[in-house]
Design a protein around this ligand. Structure first.
Ligand SMILES: *Cc1c(COP(=O)(O)O)cnc(C)c1O
Length: 401
């Protein structure tokens, strides 16, 4: 028994470090960017339009508007939705800070609703409990790529007259009840960061079926300026443009868009590979009582951005930190998604207390993200499985007793 409690160590399963995520760039992607570099346009030009059209078609939306990054896209969506001072917007605490920061950018107030422990997605019952007369919108996050319960959320939105902006940073190619994510709510945001399904380096996209939102988003992306004579209050001549509200420079470059368009051709292949590796993980871990595998709900077809395991701490002699560190020692690039947003020092300073979303706070202490990305090889997946087996057996209470 004493030996069992020894410090974790020994030779690593892997010699080189396996990251938890990352892009897959091929020669076609490189050539697409080089072609733009040799063309007349570097900033927003014809490639952005082509990428937007192809993206809108892929998700089944009327419009897609490209942004310099996903956070800028979320900011623009909050602006287009009319979020302003004192408006409350409900979102998940178990997400990247951008999902809530975008509300603050427009002067609104993020309100955190707790998550469902089965899916780690925002719980519609918790949303309803947080709705007040000031609530204006909901930003649900499709955690790890598994769609939230959109029917329930849309029911609430209808009942209380709220706008729904989906944070689909993890959910490109995911389906909810056989409908692709991207055209099911007022607006949907996608991120094109290298760890997400496809990448443009930095990049983001909003998809919508609503022309008003579309025009606002376009204008917000470029300083609140329009050049469309029909949209202007007055018209001085062909040089004329009008700045009608305070926008930003949130434009995507043509180099990024060319990369995005090339990447988009491969998105379904990327997702298939992710799904194959998820099946390997599920099969390998299903009998291990020390860990809880991610569950896919009926009606949800996840695009598997992340594979998050939850530790059953009662069956382990170590906490999450020790297990995380042991996996790192095996050269497996584990991660944690996410530190609940309301527990960040900045949010504490704004007055958010720990304890307001107990499920998210508890689960945070028990989760570890395993590597999952399309460029991984089956050998990499086997290494992760071997490392998890080694670490979990080392710290298993069953093995100790
Ligand atoms: C990545 C991400 C974003 C923002 O994306 P950037 O493109 O990095 O700005 C927003 N929300 C979630 C949940 C994300 O994972």
């Amino acid at each position: 028994m004493g030996e069992k409690l020894a410090v974790y160590g020994g030779p690593s399963i892997r010699k080189d470090f396996l990251p938890y995520g990352g892009q897959w760039i091929d020669e076609n992607d490189i050539q697409a960017v080089v072609d733009v570099l040799k063309s007349d346009y570097l900033t927003t030009g014809p490639a952005v339009g082509r990428f937007e059209q192809a993206f809108a078609k892929y998700v089944g939306a009327k419009y897609a508007i490209a942004f310099s990054n996903g956070t800028a896209a979320l900011h623009a969506a909050c602006f287009a939705a009319g979020i302003a001072k004192n408006d409350e917007v409900i979102t998940s605490p178990l997400t990247f800070v951008a999902s809530a920061n975008c509300i603050l950018y427009t002067g609104g107030k993020p309100v955190f609703a707790d998550i469902d422990p089965a899916t780690y997605n925002i719980d519609p019952r918790s949303i309803e409990a947080k709705i007040t007369k000031n609530t204006k919108a909901i930003i649900p996050v499709h955690f790890a790529g598994q769609p939230v319960d959109l029917d329930e959320i849309h029911k609430l939105a209808k009942k209380y007259n709220l706008i729904v902006i989906e944070d689909a940073a993890h959910a490109l190619g995911a389906h909810y009840k056989n409908r692709k994510i991207g055209a099911l709510s007022e607006m949907t945001m996608f991120s094109l960061h290298p760890v997400k399904h496809i990448t443009t380096g930095e990049g983001g996209m909003i998809t919508t079926n609503n022309k008003d939102y579309y025009q606002k988003l376009l204008q917000f992306r470029t300083h609140g300026i329009t050049k469309d004579a029909n949209e202007c209050f007055k018209y001085d001549g062909p040089w004329y443009y009008e700045m009608q509200y305070l926008g930003y420079n949130y434009r995507m470059t043509d180099m990024q868009a060319a990369l995005g368009l090339s990447q988009l051709q491969k998105v379904d292949i990327f997702i298939e590979r992710r799904k194959k590796y998820v099946a390997f993980y599920n099969e390998a871990f299903k009998k291990m009582e020390e860990i809880i595998c991610p569950k896919q709900m009926s009606g949800a077809d996840s695009s598997w951005h992340l594979y998050v395991i939850r530790l059953n701490l009662e069956r382990l002699t170590a906490d999450r930190k020790a297990i995380y560190e042991a996996l790192q020692k095996e050269n497996i690039g584990v991660n944690v998604h996410y530190i609940p947003v309301h527990t960040q020092p900045f949010y504490h300073k704004l007055g958010y207390q720990s304890g307001i979303c107990l499920t998210a706070e508890d689960i945070y202490n028990e989760i570890i993200t395993l590597p999952l990305f399309p460029k991984m090889e089956e050998k990499d997946v086997r290494d992760v499985i071997a490392a998890v087996n080694k670490v979990i057996h080392f710290y298993s209470r069953k093995d100790v007793e």
